[in-house]
Design a protein around this ligand. Structure first.
Ligand code: HAM
Length: 430
């Protein structure tokens, strides 16, 4: 077996695809700025307890999907982060950032790791764009993060998405519902699979998120959490729906939606894309006021956020034909040598152009002029600058616009002046 195989579930992104990522990331940065979110980066690994406590030990993510290891025999177990929310909250609490300003709006585009069975749209290393609004406990905050997420999809031209939303109520609501679920599932105990049996004791809500079709059939008849919500939880949820309607964001209420992480309370949501296959969730999130306390903070800390799977977002855009107009950018100019002995001079000119801030390519492989021109076209260069014996003696160079074939003879300083013109560069590249 060759030794140059990527790990299953991890993939390379080559420059052509990278242009798409850069474009999407650019839109993300601008939209995050519109809503006043600032970027945060946290470590790729964290102590394992952070995820066990934060995401919940009975979730699939913590139970089956974490890449954990012990750095040294006595050391604490550490885990490659399977999601960002717990790490962002950990960072906020550790630095006590809410003492300086009561509200923090943070976003990230980060790599994550989950030991899931790889398939289309499901990788072991993947990335998410996510936003976390810390310090505000309100329906307005949830509506704000949903609005940001939907504006991103809209700005990218992504369409036909389905936003499903549910309320998971507060801790007391869920405790009441937990007993109701245990009573409902008790007579079916023998039909439950092993993990559902375990969950029935520890966290029956998790059974609702089971991927096993036999469990899903049982779940279909289970009581609804919504019917156990207090009047104030219902009112809060209705407020979120009101904001969404006001902003023309369509949604479906999905009373069975529980999400795969335990930290949610009140509104939780998921967005699916029909352009994706079996793994059709493109993003999800909700309110998670209790996470801070779970991590050892003295009290709850109001928070809401979401994350969008970058690979699934790009797959959706590809399927919806949204990349057709996006071409990878080539260099602005290729320095082409007419004679091989002038190669060193061509390299010197390329260096001067680059120092002047002009993206430049030149041949490093002593190819013929014809081959160099073919390469310039393949790279989608806008201009070719010819270097021959005559150019060398006169100090005047021929600059050819490769789009119009127009050719002019200029000094190198004049070439630099023209190619540095920002307006011209915009025109050439669009
Ligand atoms: P999540 O639903 O686990 O939520 O993940 C969010 C998105 O990440 C999914 O909708 C999907 O698009 C993408 N995703 C998840 N697993 C994979 C995978 N194995 N391969 C490719 N893409 C994947 C969270 O992670 C929460 N932290 C979201 C959140 C932020 N809640 C509040 N704030």
């Amino acid at each position: 077996m060759p030794h140059y195989q990527a790990v299953k579930g991890a993939r390379d992104i080559f420059p052509e695809e990278m242009a798409r990522w850069k474009y999407v990331e650019g839109v993300i940065h601008s939209i995050a700025a519109l809503y006043g979110f600032s970027e945060i980066r946290t470590p790729i690994f964290e102590y394992t307890e952070l995820f066990q406590r934060g995401i919940g030990s009975t979730t699939d993510i913590v139970g089956k999907e974490m890449f954990s290891f012990q750095p040294d025999p006595q050391g604490r177990s550490i885990t490659l982060r399977p999601e960002m929310t717990a790490g962002v909250m950990r960072a906020a609490l550790q630095k006590n950032i809410l003492s300086s300003a009561p509200v923090h709006k943070l976003y990230y585009i980060s790599e994550l790791f989950r030991k899931e069975r790889p398939q289309a749209g499901r990788q072991r290393q993947f990335s998410q764009f996510g936003a976390e609004l810390l310090g505000v406990s309100s329906s307005a905050a949830v509506a704000e993060v949903i609005t940001l997420m939907m504006q991103l999809f809209e700005s990218l031209g992504v369409h036909s998405l389905c936003l499903r939303i549910n309320s998971l109520g507060d801790t007391e609501d869920r405790l009441r519902y937990r007993s109701a679920l245990q009573s409902y599932f008790a007579p079916y105990h023998d039909q439950l699979d092993d993990s559902s049996k375990e969950r029935l004791e520890k966290n029956p809500l998790r059974i609702l998120d089971s991927k096993n079709p036999a469990m899903q059939e049982l779940v279909a008849g289970a009581p609804r959490l919504y019917d156990y919500l207090s009047a104030s939880a219902v009112a809060e949820f209705e407020k979120v729906l009101f904001y969404l309607s006001e902003r023309s964001i369509s949604y479906q209420i999905d009373y069975r939606l529980v999400r795969g992480l335990d930290y949610y309370s009140h509104a939780a949501f998921e967005v699916t894309s029909p352009a994706l296959g079996a793994q059709d969730a493109i993003g999800g999130g909700g309110r998670y006021d209790g996470l801070a306390r779970e991590l050892g903070n003295a009290s709850d800390l109001p928070a809401a956020g979401f994350a969008v799977g970058m690979e699934r977002l790009l797959m959706t855009m590809e399927k919806q034909g949204l990349f057709t107009t996006l071409n990878p950018q080539g260099p602005l100019v290729c320095v082409v040598t007419q004679q091989q002995e002038l190669e060193d001079h061509a390299m010197q000119i390329a260096w001067r152009l680059r120092k002047a801030g002009i993206s430049t390519e030149t041949d490093l492989a002593s190819r013929s002029m014809k081959a160099q021109m073919r390469e310039a076209n393949r790279m989608r260069a806008a201009y070719a600058l010819f270097v021959g014996a005559e150019e060398l003696s006169t100090g005047l160079y021929s600059l050819k616009n490769l789009l119009t074939s127009e050719q002019t003879t200029l000094s190198l300083d004049a070439v630099i002046e023209i190619l540095r013109e920002p307006l011209l560069r915009e025109q050439v590249r669009s």
